[in-house]
Design a protein around this ligand. Sequence first.
Ligand SMILES: C[S@@+](CC[C@H](N)C(=O)[O-])C[C@H]1O[C@@H](n2cnc3c(N)ncnc32)[C@H](O)[C@@H]1O
Length: 254
Amino acid sequence: MDQQELTVKQFGSNAELYLASEVHSKGVDLDQVVAVAQQRRSVRALDLGCGAGHVAYALARGGAVRVVAYDPSSVMLNVVAEEALRRRHDALETMVGAAEELPFGDASFDLVVTRYSAHHWANVPRALEECARVTASGGLLIVIDAIAPEMPLLDTSLQVIEFLRDASHVRNYRISEWCGMQKAAGFAESSVRTWKTSIDFPSWIARIGTSPGRVAALQTVIPALPREAHDYFKITERLSFQFDTAWIESRKVG
Ligand SMILES: C[S@@+](CC[C@H](N)C(=O)[O-])C[C@H]1O[C@@H](n2cnc3c(N)ncnc32)[C@H](O)[C@@H]1O
Protein backbone atom coordinates (compact mmCIF):
# COMPACT_ATOMS: atom_id res chain seq x y z
CA MET A 1 0.00 0.00 0.00
CA ASP A 2 1.46 3.43 -0.83
CA GLN A 3 1.36 6.36 1.60
CA GLN A 4 -1.76 7.92 0.07
CA GLU A 5 -3.62 4.59 0.19
CA LEU A 6 -2.57 4.13 3.82
CA THR A 7 -3.91 7.60 4.67
CA VAL A 8 -7.24 7.03 2.97
CA LYS A 9 -7.63 3.64 4.68
CA GLN A 10 -6.74 4.96 8.16
CA PHE A 11 -9.02 7.99 8.01
CA GLY A 12 -11.85 6.25 6.15
CA SER A 13 -12.19 3.69 8.94
CA ASN A 14 -12.51 6.30 11.67
CA ALA A 15 -14.30 9.27 10.11
CA GLU A 16 -17.08 9.56 12.73
CA LEU A 17 -14.52 9.70 15.58
CA TYR A 18 -13.03 12.85 14.00
CA LEU A 19 -16.44 14.53 13.97
CA ALA A 20 -16.77 13.96 17.73
CA SER A 21 -13.08 14.42 18.68
CA GLU A 22 -12.51 17.19 21.27
CA VAL A 23 -9.10 18.05 19.79
CA HIS A 24 -10.65 18.58 16.35
CA SER A 25 -14.13 19.97 17.07
CA LYS A 26 -13.05 22.53 19.68
CA GLY A 27 -10.40 25.21 19.97
CA VAL A 28 -10.03 28.98 19.88
CA ASP A 29 -8.36 28.54 16.49
CA LEU A 30 -11.77 27.60 15.03
CA ASP A 31 -13.26 30.84 16.45
CA GLN A 32 -10.36 32.70 14.85
CA VAL A 33 -11.10 31.07 11.49
CA VAL A 34 -14.70 32.33 11.81
CA ALA A 35 -13.34 35.83 12.58
CA VAL A 36 -10.96 35.84 9.58
CA ALA A 37 -13.80 34.87 7.23
CA GLN A 38 -16.05 37.56 8.73
CA GLN A 39 -13.38 40.29 8.46
CA ARG A 40 -12.60 39.57 4.83
CA ARG A 41 -16.27 39.41 3.71
CA SER A 42 -17.67 37.37 0.82
CA VAL A 43 -14.69 35.06 0.72
CA ARG A 44 -14.35 32.00 -1.41
CA ALA A 45 -12.71 29.52 0.95
CA LEU A 46 -10.98 26.15 0.70
CA ASP A 47 -10.52 23.71 3.62
CA LEU A 48 -7.64 21.44 2.59
CA GLY A 49 -7.54 18.02 4.25
CA CYS A 50 -10.89 18.84 5.83
CA GLY A 51 -11.31 15.57 7.74
CA ALA A 52 -14.70 15.73 9.45
CA GLY A 53 -15.05 19.36 8.33
CA HIS A 54 -14.57 21.51 11.44
CA VAL A 55 -12.74 24.29 9.57
CA ALA A 56 -15.25 24.19 6.72
CA TYR A 57 -18.12 24.70 9.23
CA ALA A 58 -16.20 27.61 10.80
CA LEU A 59 -15.71 29.20 7.36
CA ALA A 60 -19.42 28.77 6.61
CA ARG A 61 -20.31 30.32 10.01
CA GLY A 62 -18.03 33.23 9.11
CA GLY A 63 -20.18 33.96 6.05
CA ALA A 64 -17.95 32.63 3.26
CA VAL A 65 -19.90 32.65 -0.01
CA ARG A 66 -18.28 29.43 -1.19
CA VAL A 67 -16.65 26.78 1.01
CA VAL A 68 -15.02 23.72 -0.52
CA ALA A 69 -14.25 20.91 1.92
CA TYR A 70 -11.48 18.91 0.20
CA ASP A 71 -9.99 15.57 1.29
CA PRO A 72 -8.68 12.35 -0.30
CA SER A 73 -11.06 10.27 1.86
CA SER A 74 -14.52 10.05 0.34
CA VAL A 75 -15.75 8.46 3.59
CA MET A 76 -14.72 11.63 5.47
CA LEU A 77 -16.45 13.74 2.82
CA ASN A 78 -19.70 11.79 3.24
CA VAL A 79 -19.60 12.65 6.97
CA VAL A 80 -19.00 16.33 6.06
CA ALA A 81 -21.82 16.45 3.51
CA GLU A 82 -24.29 14.96 6.00
CA GLU A 83 -23.19 17.27 8.82
CA ALA A 84 -23.27 20.35 6.54
CA LEU A 85 -26.85 19.49 5.64
CA ARG A 86 -27.74 19.11 9.33
CA ARG A 87 -26.14 22.48 10.09
CA ARG A 88 -27.75 24.09 7.02
CA HIS A 89 -24.46 25.29 5.55
CA ASP A 90 -25.74 25.79 2.01
CA ALA A 91 -22.50 27.35 0.75
CA LEU A 92 -20.51 24.22 1.59
CA GLU A 93 -19.59 21.65 -1.04
CA THR A 94 -17.25 18.63 -0.89
CA MET A 95 -14.59 17.52 -3.37
CA VAL A 96 -12.27 14.53 -3.24
CA GLY A 97 -8.51 14.74 -3.81
CA ALA A 98 -5.07 15.37 -2.36
CA ALA A 99 -3.47 18.73 -1.59
CA GLU A 100 -0.66 18.06 -4.06
CA GLU A 101 -3.09 18.19 -7.02
CA LEU A 102 -5.89 20.74 -6.74
CA PRO A 103 -8.73 20.52 -9.29
CA PHE A 104 -9.41 24.27 -9.18
CA GLY A 105 -8.59 27.11 -11.56
CA ASP A 106 -5.99 29.78 -10.82
CA ALA A 107 -7.02 32.38 -8.21
CA SER A 108 -10.24 30.49 -7.31
CA PHE A 109 -10.04 31.25 -3.56
CA ASP A 110 -9.48 34.23 -1.24
CA LEU A 111 -8.80 32.07 1.80
CA VAL A 112 -7.13 28.65 1.98
CA VAL A 113 -7.02 26.97 5.39
CA THR A 114 -5.60 23.62 6.43
CA ARG A 115 -5.73 22.26 9.99
CA TYR A 116 -4.12 19.13 11.48
CA SER A 117 -3.64 17.66 8.01
CA ALA A 118 -0.34 18.79 6.46
CA HIS A 119 1.76 16.37 8.54
CA HIS A 120 0.13 13.61 6.43
CA TRP A 121 0.99 15.16 3.06
CA ALA A 122 3.57 13.32 1.00
CA ASN A 123 4.84 16.48 -0.73
CA VAL A 124 4.25 19.75 1.16
CA PRO A 125 6.31 21.99 -1.21
CA ARG A 126 4.23 20.74 -4.16
CA ALA A 127 0.98 21.28 -2.18
CA LEU A 128 2.04 24.82 -1.28
CA GLU A 129 2.74 25.58 -4.95
CA GLU A 130 -0.81 24.44 -5.66
CA CYS A 131 -2.10 26.62 -2.79
CA ALA A 132 -0.29 29.62 -4.28
CA ARG A 133 -1.78 28.91 -7.70
CA VAL A 134 -5.41 28.68 -6.50
CA THR A 135 -5.15 31.66 -4.11
CA ALA A 136 -6.09 35.06 -5.52
CA SER A 137 -3.60 37.92 -5.23
CA GLY A 138 -3.73 39.29 -1.66
CA GLY A 139 -5.52 36.13 -0.50
CA LEU A 140 -4.53 34.34 2.67
CA LEU A 141 -3.08 30.89 3.40
CA ILE A 142 -3.49 29.66 7.00
CA VAL A 143 -1.74 26.48 8.07
CA ILE A 144 -2.69 25.14 11.50
CA ASP A 145 -0.78 22.03 12.49
CA ALA A 146 1.19 20.23 15.15
CA ILE A 147 4.79 21.36 14.78
CA ALA A 148 8.14 19.91 15.75
CA PRO A 149 10.46 21.78 18.11
CA GLU A 150 13.61 23.22 16.48
CA MET A 151 15.83 21.05 18.75
CA PRO A 152 16.70 17.84 16.81
CA LEU A 153 16.35 15.52 19.83
CA LEU A 154 12.80 16.74 20.51
CA ASP A 155 11.92 16.81 16.81
CA THR A 156 13.01 13.16 16.40
CA SER A 157 11.17 12.08 19.57
CA LEU A 158 7.91 13.57 18.28
CA GLN A 159 8.22 12.02 14.80
CA VAL A 160 8.93 8.59 16.32
CA ILE A 161 5.80 8.54 18.46
CA GLU A 162 3.65 10.04 15.68
CA PHE A 163 4.89 7.43 13.19
CA LEU A 164 4.39 4.51 15.60
CA ARG A 165 0.85 5.68 16.21
CA ASP A 166 0.02 6.15 12.51
CA ALA A 167 1.90 4.61 9.57
CA SER A 168 0.61 7.40 7.28
CA HIS A 169 2.42 10.09 9.33
CA VAL A 170 4.97 11.96 7.20
CA ARG A 171 6.41 14.81 9.28
CA ASN A 172 5.54 17.50 11.79
CA TYR A 173 7.53 20.40 10.33
CA ARG A 174 9.39 22.99 12.39
CA ILE A 175 8.30 26.64 12.26
CA SER A 176 11.50 27.49 10.40
CA GLU A 177 10.65 24.85 7.77
CA TRP A 178 7.08 26.14 7.36
CA CYS A 179 8.22 29.74 6.92
CA GLY A 180 10.82 28.69 4.33
CA MET A 181 8.38 26.50 2.39
CA GLN A 182 5.62 29.16 2.32
CA LYS A 183 8.10 31.77 1.05
CA ALA A 184 9.48 29.41 -1.60
CA ALA A 185 5.93 28.80 -2.86
CA GLY A 186 5.31 32.53 -3.43
CA PHE A 187 3.75 33.70 -0.18
CA ALA A 188 4.89 36.78 1.76
CA GLU A 189 6.65 36.55 5.12
CA SER A 190 4.65 34.33 7.46
CA SER A 191 3.26 35.40 10.81
CA VAL A 192 3.16 32.69 13.46
CA ARG A 193 1.37 31.99 16.74
CA THR A 194 1.81 28.82 18.80
CA TRP A 195 0.02 27.17 21.69
CA LYS A 196 0.07 23.83 23.52
CA THR A 197 -2.36 21.03 22.64
CA SER A 198 -3.01 18.26 25.17
CA ILE A 199 -3.27 14.73 23.86
CA ASP A 200 -5.12 12.01 25.77
CA PHE A 201 -3.27 8.78 24.87
CA PRO A 202 -6.26 6.34 24.85
CA SER A 203 -8.43 8.51 22.58
CA TRP A 204 -5.41 9.48 20.43
CA ILE A 205 -4.71 5.83 19.49
CA ALA A 206 -8.41 4.89 19.25
CA ARG A 207 -9.12 7.73 16.79
CA ILE A 208 -6.70 6.44 14.15
CA GLY A 209 -7.16 2.73 15.00
CA THR A 210 -3.52 2.08 16.01
CA SER A 211 -2.86 -1.69 15.86
CA PRO A 212 -2.10 -3.60 19.12
CA GLY A 213 1.50 -4.17 17.96
CA ARG A 214 2.06 -0.45 17.44
CA VAL A 215 0.39 0.39 20.77
CA ALA A 216 2.79 -2.06 22.47
CA ALA A 217 5.71 -0.35 20.70
CA LEU A 218 4.49 3.06 21.93
CA GLN A 219 4.18 1.68 25.47
CA THR A 220 7.83 0.62 25.26
CA VAL A 221 9.26 3.60 23.39
CA ILE A 222 7.53 6.55 25.08
CA PRO A 223 8.62 5.77 28.68
CA ALA A 224 12.17 5.17 27.37
CA LEU A 225 12.49 8.59 25.68
CA PRO A 226 15.24 10.83 27.07
CA ARG A 227 14.42 13.07 30.05
CA GLU A 228 14.51 16.17 27.80
CA ALA A 229 11.58 14.76 25.79
CA HIS A 230 9.63 13.84 28.95
CA ASP A 231 10.07 17.37 30.27
CA TYR A 232 9.25 19.14 27.01
CA PHE A 233 6.20 17.07 26.00
CA LYS A 234 4.99 16.76 29.63
CA ILE A 235 4.54 12.99 29.25
CA THR A 236 2.36 11.48 31.98
CA GLU A 237 2.30 7.98 33.45
CA ARG A 238 -0.69 7.18 31.21
CA LEU A 239 1.43 8.33 28.22
CA SER A 240 -0.69 11.41 27.57
CA PHE A 241 1.39 14.40 26.48
CA GLN A 242 1.40 17.91 24.97
CA PHE A 243 2.72 19.16 21.66
CA ASP A 244 2.97 22.59 20.06
CA THR A 245 0.39 23.65 17.52
CA ALA A 246 1.04 26.62 15.24
CA TRP A 247 -1.08 29.02 13.18
CA ILE A 248 1.18 30.02 10.29
CA GLU A 249 -0.41 32.68 8.11
CA SER A 250 0.85 34.21 4.89
CA ARG A 251 -0.48 36.44 2.12
CA LYS A 252 -0.22 35.57 -1.57
CA VAL A 253 2.22 37.93 -3.25
CA GLY A 254 1.56 39.33 -6.72
C1 LIG B 1 -6.75 14.81 11.34
S1 LIG B 1 -7.69 14.85 9.89
C2 LIG B 1 -8.10 16.55 9.60
C3 LIG B 1 -8.75 17.30 10.64
C4 LIG B 1 -9.56 18.49 10.19
N1 LIG B 1 -8.88 19.33 9.22
C5 LIG B 1 -9.98 19.29 11.41
O1 LIG B 1 -9.57 20.44 11.57
O2 LIG B 1 -10.73 18.74 12.23
C6 LIG B 1 -6.45 14.77 8.62
C7 LIG B 1 -7.05 14.72 7.23
O3 LIG B 1 -6.01 14.97 6.27
C8 LIG B 1 -6.34 14.23 5.13
N2 LIG B 1 -5.17 14.07 4.25
C9 LIG B 1 -4.19 13.15 4.32
N3 LIG B 1 -3.32 13.31 3.30
C10 LIG B 1 -3.75 14.36 2.58
C11 LIG B 1 -3.27 15.02 1.41
N4 LIG B 1 -2.18 14.62 0.78
N5 LIG B 1 -3.97 16.07 0.95
C12 LIG B 1 -5.08 16.50 1.60
N6 LIG B 1 -5.58 15.92 2.71
C13 LIG B 1 -4.91 14.86 3.20
C14 LIG B 1 -6.87 12.90 5.68
O4 LIG B 1 -7.64 12.19 4.74
C15 LIG B 1 -7.64 13.35 6.89
O5 LIG B 1 -9.01 13.47 6.63
